[in-house]
Design a protein around this ligand. Structure first.
Ligand code: CAA
Ligand code: NAP
Length: 248
């Protein structure tokens, strides 16, 4: 694995933090994007990670903006060298029934959750093809497999993300590049804390495992997928949802 460089978008979020930890623990050099370093107090986050024994660098980047992603890629590669592992983890929700959804909330969710995969991956795919190695994992959602109330935007974006993965997997398969999707169920982070309490209870009652997932339960699968030895796992969608949705 030789000290490969991994970039995690949204690496300072709930799930992203655990992905950064698990990749760092596995020996990768890790960089996270953050939207606004000052607002997110990224240096405090970095210091806390360091205290726990994880060295993670950061770079400002709004993944909704293609030009910002191009600038971010230049900055990261100039400082650290080629990105060989990419985790598309940045995401947002803007929930509303379709009959109440405005165009801004549609566009924001499609742009941050889906277009970002193009905006970021496009910056690194040429280098991965030239070097004959790449690992790309995109974080989708059970709600992209099943649909969810109030989430026509999010469900469309997350379903689309797996289409992106499957096409990219075929394009990279002879170049040593894999693309896979991880589809978490309900995981305890700020994103799920924002669900109205009564609705959250109702969702939890339907999870056969009887609890929310933990971010580290997602991170360990990501680390498995990006390993050098995982080359034949390509174009897959791995659900991690406490048996909330079984597809067969
Ligand atoms: N499951 C079951 N029923 C739901 C529901 C859900 N997830 N969301 C809403 N409903 C039901 C409500 O219980 C309510 O039912 P009643 O009319 O019988 O009371 C009905 O839909 C209308 O809901 P509201 O009164 O809340 O209507 P609203 O217009 O004010 O809000 C809403 C609608 C924005 C969808 C709001 O209910 C909501 O935020 N729901 C949560 C949606 C959700 O589950 N989002 C997941 C976010 S976490 C995530 O996305 C991470 C991931 O990938 C898993
Ligand atoms: P989170 O804690 O809110 O983290 C989201 C991360 O994305 C944050 O770091 C956030 O940065 C970043 N982000 C948002 N908009 C961005 C933008 N425009 N550019 C760059 N980064 C941006 O949520 P989470 O639960 O860890 O979610 C991580 C991923 O898992 C998301 O893709 C989410 O859809 C997916 N997911 C979550 C669950 C769940 O139950 N939690 C389930 C399935 C899938 P800021 O801090 O600046 O906002």
């Amino acid at each position: 694995m030789a000290n490969r460089l991994a970039l995690v978008t949204g690496g300072n979020g709930g799930i992203g933090t655990e992905i950064c930890k698990s990749l760092s623990a596995a020996g990768y050099r890790v960089v996270t994007t953050c939207v606004d370093a000052e607002r997110e107090r990224i240096e405090d986050w970095q210091a806390a990670m360091r205290q726990d024994g994880y060295e993670v660098d950061w770079v400002e980047c709004n993944v909704a903006n293609f030009d910002a992603c191009a600038a971010m890629a230049k900055e990261v590669e100039a400082k650290h060298g080629p990105v060989e592992v990419l985790i598309n983890c940045a995401g947002i929700t803007r929930d509303a029934f379709l009959h109440k959804m405005d165009v801004d909330n549609w566009n924001a969710v499609i742009t941050v959750n889906l277009n970002s995969a193009f905006n970021v991956t496009r910056q690194f795919i040429d280098g991965m093809r030239e070097r004959g190695f790449g690992r790309i994992v995109s974080i989708a959602s059970v709600n992209g497999q099943t649909g969810q109330f109030g989430q026509t935007n999010y469900s469309a974006a997350k379903a689309g993300l797996h289409g992106f993965t499957m096409a990219l997997a075929k394009e990279g398969a002879r170049k040593g590049i894999t693309a896979n999707t991880v589809a978490p169920g309900y995981i305890a982070t700020e994103m799920t804390e924002a669900i109205p309490e009564d609705v959250r209870k109702g969702i939890l009652a339907k999870v056969p495992a009887g609890r929310m997932g933990r971010p580290d339960e997602i991170a360990r699968v990501v680390a498995f997928l990006v390993a050098d030895e995982s080359e034949y796992i390509n174009g897959a969608l791995i659900p991690i949802n406490g048996a909330l949705f079984c597809s067969f």
